[in-house]
Design a protein around this ligand. Structure first.
Ligand code: GLC
Ligand code: CA
Length: 557
């Protein structure tokens, strides 16, 4: 397989609002990030994925952009941005920007113009339709509740918004829209950015005619089949690649809701005609239910292994994987598949890290994951900030689909705010995140879980992650080796074997708090193994071992 820096990199995601506040207004900012670049250097990551920092009215925390070439004043100025970029580059850290171009804010000048009249030059930048018998043009529901259409009195038409009504969808079938987006991307590339993470990029091409979707529990139709991986998405991405991406040395990842392995082979083909890699959601959706993601089910380990293995096997040699357990849209994996009790928190955080970081693909670490940060212990609705959780709570309880108690439990467990509580830097008030009042409450466990304490302790989760990152640099087998799943039916152990140029790498992860006996595969009998990483400090692997609770170990043969 051809070698590439983005295949060998580890990415760290920053959610700027919650990372570090430099001026005491309670909101993380660019200068705060600049202050903490040395911390990330110490961790050893190669690339920062920066969630949006552009001008935005913040209906969806920056994923609703009103000017792609300006910085959100709460986050600082363009000069602050340039300083951050420069310092990152001096430290050898690359910056990947979030590109949100399925939709803009309704306050973007294009939309302000577009809504003025049917004849306006920007009308066709968005998706406007007449109503049907006094109702919405079709039955689609939006991701944040309610209809995906908003009626606009001025011109007596509806516009499409797959997300909030302040996030109107761009009309990618209009060549002028594509040209504007590509010009804007070039503008950022010329500034010297190193990569792009493309927000819900799989949704940009809608099926002509916009057919009704199957109606779900919310009472609305599912737009998925008519928007996800739509008819022209690959054509548009190939055009983007020709016009922009191929001219720069970038790392690119497409957030692709609804992506299948077959589709991913097109988006992220090693032939390089579209993107480097995609974010798929199959493993995250395993605990989904009838009411979309809202429930409190456990992810079955056999299901997780089956999906991770399918992606490992089927993209091998054809396309490139991204690897993640956490991001700003997901609850903390430690509280989901690990064990966030004081007894097992650190050990299970290390186990989850081992499990992900020994796979093939580019790993993404979400801020705080390297410390074993956990879900937030919500006690009231007032503690939530996220439009998705708040809207879903009202919609599903008011319709009587879910009781208020159940729904509170679901948003507490699955809500995106779990990932968005402030980064825990030290044990001073507000976890050292801000000198003021944070925009979202700090998790009270910051006194035990914080970066300062972990950086002073050699066996911390932080140093374990640092080691995982370093191993990827030292051992090509981790990046380029093939993959075989062992014990597919075990609900307790995730064991896999990588192979590369005559070497073998065995990774064993116990996902339970039980002690479990494990027997080595016969092909490894008698071979001298070198333990690369172990969360219990194990130095040897016998033919038969008794695995401890949440034990993880990776051994090279
Ligand atoms: C993506 C983002 C999410 C955002 C949505 C709409 O899924 O990751 O945070 O709400 O797109 O832009
Ligand atoms: Ca601030």
């Amino acid at each position: 397989m051809e070698k590439a820096w983005w295949k060998e990199s580890v990415v760290y995601q920053i959610y700027p609002r919650s990372f570090c506040d430099s001026n005491g207004d309670g909101i993380g900012d660019l200068n705060g990030i600049t202050e903490k670049l040395e911390y990330l250097k110490e961790l050893g990551i190669d690339v920062i994925w920066l969630s949006p920092v552009y001008q935005s009215p913040n209906d969806d925390n920056g994923y609703d952009i009103s000017d792609y070439r300006k910085i959100m004043p709460e986050f600082g100025t363009m000069a602050d941005y340039d300083r951050m970029l420069q310092k990152a580059h001096e430290l050898g850290i690359k910056i990947m920007m979030d590109l949100v171009v399925n939709h803009t804010s309704d306050e973007h000048p294009w939309f302000v113009e577009s809504r003025k009249s049917k004849e306006n030059a920007y009308r066709d930048y968005y998706i406007w339709r007449d109503g049907k018998e006094g109702k919405e043009p079709n039955n689609w529901g939006g991701c944040f509740g309610g209809s995906a259409w908003k009626y606009d009195e001025g011109t007596d038409q509806y516009y499409l918004h797959l997300f909030s009504e302040k996030q109107p969808d761009l009309n990618w079938d209009n060549p002028r829209v594509r040209k504007e987006v590509f010009d804007m991307m070039i503008w950022w590339c010329e500034k010297g950015i190193d990569g792009l993470r493309m927000d819900v990029i799989s949704l940009i091409s809608k099926t002509p005619g916009l057919p009704d979707g199957t109606v779900g529990k919310s009472g609305y139709g599912d737009f998925g089949p008519y928007c996800a991986n739509g008819p022209k998405v690959h054509e548009y991405l190939q055009e983007m690649n020709r016009e922009v991406l191929s001219r720069y040395d970038l790392i690119t990842v497409g957030e692709c809701s609804g992506v299948t392995v077959e589709e991913a082979k097109k988006y992220a083909s090693l032939s390089g005609k579209e993107l480097n890699m995609v974010f798929q959601f199959e493993h995250m959706d395993l605990d989904g239910g009838e009411s979309f993601k809202w429930n409190h089910k456990k992810i079955p380990l056999t299901g997780l292994k089956q999906i991770m293995s399918k992606w490992q096997r089927e993209l091998a040699g054809k396309a490139w994987n991204s690897l993640y357990w956490c991001n700003h849209d997901q609850p903390r994996m430690l509280s989901r598949m690990g064990n966030d009790s004081p007894k097992y928190r650190e050990i299970s955080a290390k186990m989850l890290g081992t499990c992900l970081h020994m796979l093939q693909g580019t790993p993404y670490i979400y801020q705080g994951e390297e410390l074993g940060m956990t879900n937030y212990p919500f006690t009231s609705l007032e503690e939530f900030r996220d439009i998705e959780s708040i809207n879903a709570y009202h919609e599903l309880t008011e319709k009587g689909v879910v009781t208020p108690e159940e729904m509170f439990d679901y948003i507490s467990y699955k809500g995106r705010d779990n990932a968005r509580t402030p980064m825990q830097w030290d044990d001073s008030p507000q976890a050292g995140f801000t000198a003021g009042t944070p925009w979202i409450p700090v998790n009270p466990n910051y006194r035990e879980i914080n970066a300062k304490e972990q950086m002073e302790r050699a066996d911390s989760v932080f140093y374990y992650y640092k080691k995982l990152i370093r191993l990827r640099k030292e051992y090509k087998i981790i990046v380029y080796g093939d993959y075989e799943l062992l014990l597919p039916d075990s609900e307790e152990l995730y064991v896999y074997l990588r192979g590369y140029q005559g070497e073998k790498l065995l990774t064993i992860c116990n996902f339970t708090e039980k002690e479990i006996t494990y027997r080595l595969p016969e092909e490894l009998f008698g071979l001298a193994g070198e333990v690369l990483v172990s969360n219990y400090g194990r130095e040897l692997l016998d033919k038969k071992i008794l695995l401890k609770p949440y034990e993880a170990i990776a051994v090279l043969y």
